[in-house]
Design a protein. Structure first.
Ligand SMILES: C/C(=C\Cc1cc(O)c2ccccc2c1O)CCC[C@H](C)CCC[C@H](C)CCCC(C)C
Ligand SMILES: C[S@@+](CC[C@H](N)C(=O)[O-])C[C@H]1O[C@@H](n2cnc3c(N)ncnc32)[C@H](O)[C@@H]1O
Length: 230
């Protein structure tokens, strides 16, 4: 399962950014900015971006923490990390980011290291959600916040039908044209089995987080889980 997920993301790496821009009509940047804001990064902070992919959220965190802070961005897809590193080369000044190739279920960091953390579209893809939340809890400093962005199933049946229609009739056909049909067809079933907001809140409390809130965004088609470690 883990290996299959890694292969999906390695395969889509060359077209990943372009497809996200097209398929969300550029809106994913706004959703990622909201996530960054909710994780509350401050100048000089040491931040963590889990499942960083090509780095959108890590770059946003780096802008917030500035030259006196640092961002560690973790992913297990070698090809997406290569895209992220390539994007870094063209930036001036160079963002303060370390790209780490690792499994987020087994983070190579000591306990209580990070002031803030984010995860964009990663939680739905890990094979063990409670373990992923436990690892996140372990590496956050007491008082730190994390914000976790992902797809969400809206309560409203019409919006849920629209979401399913869009994934099936817009996303998959466009991905098919680019030779990555199976990879994008995976989004819909992965969303069907993903815990909804209130279930995510319960899982976060179970691993020890305090002040846990799930914010539905994009009319409930996406959501951000915000957690604090006491
Ligand atoms: C950045 C986005 C998704 C990242 C993403 C997550 C995954 O789990 C994947 C799995 C397999 C292949 C690719 C991905 C992947 O790219 C979000 C935006 C992209 C979406 C494909 C577009 C989703 C649109 C929504 C259903 C609602 C549309 C609203 C409107 C167009 C604003
Ligand atoms: C949909 S992408 C999201 C990338 C980026 N955060 C964004 O929002 O554009 C999901 C990412 O999670 C990574 N991923 C999934 N499971 C992982 C795991 N167990 N350890 C490390 N990375 C993982 C994939 O390689 C992929 O880059």
């Amino acid at each position: 399962m883990t290996q299959e997920i890694r292969v999906i993301f390695d395969r889509i790496a060359p077209i990943y950014d372009q497809l996200n821009n097209w398929l969300s009509l550029g809106q994913h940047r706004i959703w990622k900015e909201m996530t960054i804001k909710w994780s509350n990064p401050q100048p000089g902070d040491i931040c963590l971006d889990l499942c960083c992919g090509s780095g959108d959220i890590a770059f946003g965190l780096a802008r917030r923490v500035g030259a006196t802070g640092h961002v560690y961005a973790v992913d297990f897809s070698h090809n997406l990390l290569a895209m992220a590193q390539e994007r870094t080369q063209s930036q001036y000044p160079q963002p303060s980011i370390t790209w780490v190739e690792a499994d987020v279920l087994d983070l190579p960091f000591e306990d209580n290291k990070f002031d803030a953390a984010t995860m964009g579209y990663g939680l739905r893809n890990v094979k063990d959600i409670p373990r992923s939340l436990k690892e996140l809890y372990r590496v956050l400093k007491p008082g730190a916040k994390a914000a976790i962005l992902d797809f969400h199933r809206p309560d409203n049946p019409q919006l849920r039908s629209f979401q399913q229609w869009y994934l099936e009739n817009i996303v998959v056909p466009i991905a098919t044209q680019l030779g990555v049909k199976e990879e994008y067809a995976y989004i819909s079933p992965s969303l069907d089995r993903f815990p909804i907001g209130k279930e995510q809140v319960e899982l976060a409390y179970q691993v020890g987080f305090a002040e846990v809130t799930h914010y539905p965004i994009v009319n409930g088609m996406m959501g951000v889980l915000v957690v604090s470690k006491l």
